[in-house]
Design a protein around this ligand. Structure first.
Ligand code: MIG
Length: 664
């Protein structure tokens, strides 16, 4: 049961796909207070309530005990004290004696105080918002209703479930070839190599630097014939440069965000002075999407959209002001307060709220100041690309994912979770974040494997991979200047090969379950308590997940551990995989156990009554043999599994789903 309430004048977000008429009265069980700054929604939580959701956010799976802002924000220092990341996913689920979901559909900032100010209160603050209250029989039922409301999740091509190598720092064709060879020579599977900003000419979107990549189309074709795809980055901001067609055309047509006087608003990003495509204007959005053609025509089939919070290093106005203040200070003996004042001007330059109040969009529902629609920007940038792809090749599936997002983007693309670090805490965080993303429709999602910033280790990399093989988006990515973390640079290459082999072996399972969940609104990765709601212990488990209908995982997340304690909410069959094609199995009763997990093995748990298909390890998705599958089983009677063996490329082939009956 879904009820909708409207406060103020919400901007059009296109988050939902099913019309719900507005009800009158209070969005019970919340009580609402109206203030000058908007509405405050309060719910008194039961002592035992847990709160799930919020998608890409910090802290644990259970969000209770902290305060969160929905405000898409680029800050690579992701620490516990932060309150927002790159996405705004305003759906929460209260899990307890009373269960309900609440979605605050609002283009601007929303704050969720979940037992931070008062441990017993859930307080949501928002202005000009629609509120959806969803009631149902169970957490899974509520999520399914919500996912139906927001529409079917994006399904990428099958090769996007392969393994990917990326790094900011691959500068030219020779660098890319080195990565390709490194994987090939060492017998390590690979499906994608990513291109970061250095492939562009002067950081101009949709251009290719001719010296570094003399023939990108030929390189792309050559790699594709070996099963490896190139996936370039696209940044939101467009370089100001006369003679650069994207800039010229956008200015001529009025497709960039403007200041109060109607002139393009100039910000500083990679190419220096830049302008922001007004992706909230449907015409401008599709126009920006149509620019991807320059790369599609070179055989490129996948993209990642970056810096689309939008992230700005400065605006032209604020930078000039800061520089003028410095000039005034030259030669002066500055007191520390004065010093802080002068230098503070620089610290405040990036993503400045005053800038957000100074530029405008011509959106489908009228002119809006950026602040009111901030969280919709990356969503619409990415949507424009997807809308254009559907024109370019109507039946083809492209790989597309974004850094910034809002609910709604999940219908067009996936997301990655931004600039994490090579820390064990960020591996734990990666695990804890998955169910929240799933609840909000972001099934094709993943974190930078091994960590984006700081220094990884062979051990962290292996443990992260042992978890990552269960994540739809499996990409090893790091920032420039960090130590190399391509798998072939490490000592124990065999261990990496074995773990990657397991990814390809379980791919038919992961992919089939992904497609099923995208189509039905079921959750792919879930907290244990969603399936075992009466188990009090299950509610507190933050580092284990149910993945698809058949299995539970329990990754090792501590340095120097030789295993870990695992909680089994029911009797299961423990599968110990040594490589994709070697495993042992043993039945384990409900309870808690210390399980040894060597660095080169993956242990997971098959649920009673369930089966799981297994392929042989492969070099890449193209060479995966899906005809000769074997089955892991924990059954005494025939069991069914819906297998998706489509062509992996077209939308129409997604209809090809077989229900397979497996005998005990
Ligand atoms: O501010 O393109 O999150 O993955 O490597 C840095 C360079 C801009 C941020 C992305 C990261 C990418 C980096 N980008």
């Amino acid at each position: 049961m879904i009820r909708k309430y409207t406060y103020g004048k919400p901007v059009q977000t296109d988050a939902t796909v099913i019309p719900v008429s507005t009800a009158s009265g209070m969005p019970a069980p919340f009580t609402v207070t109206e203030t000058e700054c908007g509405e405050i929604f309060v719910y008194e939580m039961d002592k035992a309530d847990a709160v799930f959701g919020l998608g890409e956010q910090l802290r644990g799976m259970n969000k209770r005990g902290w305060i969160y802002d929905s405000w898409n924000y680029d800050d690579p220092s992701i620490t516990e004290g932060r309150s927002c990341l790159y996405g705004a996913h305003n759906f929460i689920l209260i899990f307890g004696k009373k269960m309900f979901g609440a979605f605050f559909d609002c283009g601007g900032k929303v704050t969720f105080d979940i037992g931070y100010g008062d441990p017993d209160l859930l307080t949501v603050s928002a202005k000009d918002t629609d509120v959806y209250i969803i009631e149902g029989d169970s957490a899974l039922d509520i999520v399914k209703q919500f996912r139906t409301l927001i529409g079917q999740s994006y399904i990428p091509p099958k090769w996007a479930f392969g393994y990917a190598q990326s790094k900011w720092g691959y500068k030219c064709e020779a660098d890319i070839r080195e990565v390709f060879e490194g994987y090939k020579k060492n017998g390590l599977p690979l499906d994608m190599i990513y291109l970061d900003i250095d492939y562009m000419q002067d950081y101009k979107d949709f251009t290719v630097n001719k010296e570094r990549f003399p023939d990108l189309a030929a390189l792309s074709a050559e790699f594709k014939s070996e099963g490896v795809r190139l996936v370039p980055i696209i940044d939101a901001a467009v370089k100001v440069e006369e003679g650069y067609s994207v800039y010229d055309e956008g200015v001529e047509k009025g497709y960039f965000c403007t200041d109060a006087e109607g002139k393009p608003f100039v910000v500083g990003v990679w190419p220096g002075d830049s302008v922001l495509p007004d992706v909230l204007n449907p015409e401008a959005r599709l126009w920006f999407g149509s620019q991807y053609k320059a790369l599609l025509d070179r055989g490129i089939e996948g993209f990642w959209n970056d810096m689309n919070e939008p992230a700005t290093f400065y605006s032209k106005g604020t930078l000039q002001h800061a520089l003028a203040e410095v000039a005034k200070a030259v030669g002066k003996n500055l007191q520390v307060e004065e010093y802080n004042e002068v230098t503070g001007n620089f610290h405040r330059l990036a993503n400045n709220p005053a800038d957000h109040d100074s530029f405008y969009h011509n959106a489908a529902d009228g002119r809006h100041v950026h602040t009111d629609v901030h969280n919709l920007y990356g969503y619409n940038m990415t949507r424009g690309a997807a809308e254009y792809f559907a024109e370019y090749a109507p039946d083809k599936r492209f790989l597309l994912f974004s850094r910034s997002s809002y609910i709604g983007l999940h219908r067009y693309a996936g997301i990655w979770t931004g600039d994490n670090c090579s820390w064990w805490s960020h591996l734990r965080h990666n695990i804890a974040m998955m169910p929240g993303l799933d609840m909000c429709g972001f099934l094709y999602a993943g974190a930078d494997l091994g960590g984006h910033g700081d220094r990884t280790t062979e051990e962290l990399m292996l443990r992260w991979l042992a978890f990552g093989i269960f994540e739809p988006l499996l990409r090893n990515h790091a920032t420039q200047g960090t130590r190399d973390q391509e798998f072939y640079v490490f000592k124990n290459k065999r261990a990496f090969r074995d773990l990657l082999g397991i990814r390809y072996a379980i791919l038919p399972y992961l992919y089939s379950e992904f497609v099923r969940c995208a189509k039905t609104g079921d959750m792919l990765s879930r907290p244990l308590c969603f399936d075992y709601p009466d188990d009090r212990r299950a509610r507190t488990v933050e580092d284990q997940l149910l993945i698809g209908g058949s299995i539970m995982i329990a990754p090792v997340v501590e340095q120097n551990a030789d295993g870990r304690y695992v909680y089994l909410p029911a009797r299961m069959k423990m599968i110990r995989m040594k490589a994709g094609n070697r495993y042992t199995e043993r039945i384990v009763e409900k309870g808690e156990y210390y399980i040894e997990v060597p660095l080169d093995e993956v242990v997971f748990f098959l649920r009673e009554g369930k089966v799981m298909p297994l392929a042989k390890p492969a070099e890449n998705v193209a060479s995966l043999d899906e005809e000769h599958l074997t089955w892991l089983k924990f059954i005494t009677q025939p069991a069914q599994f819906t297998l998706c063996r489509d062509d992996g490329i077209t939308k129409s082939s997604l209809e090809k789903i077989e229900t397979v009956t497996v005998e005990p």
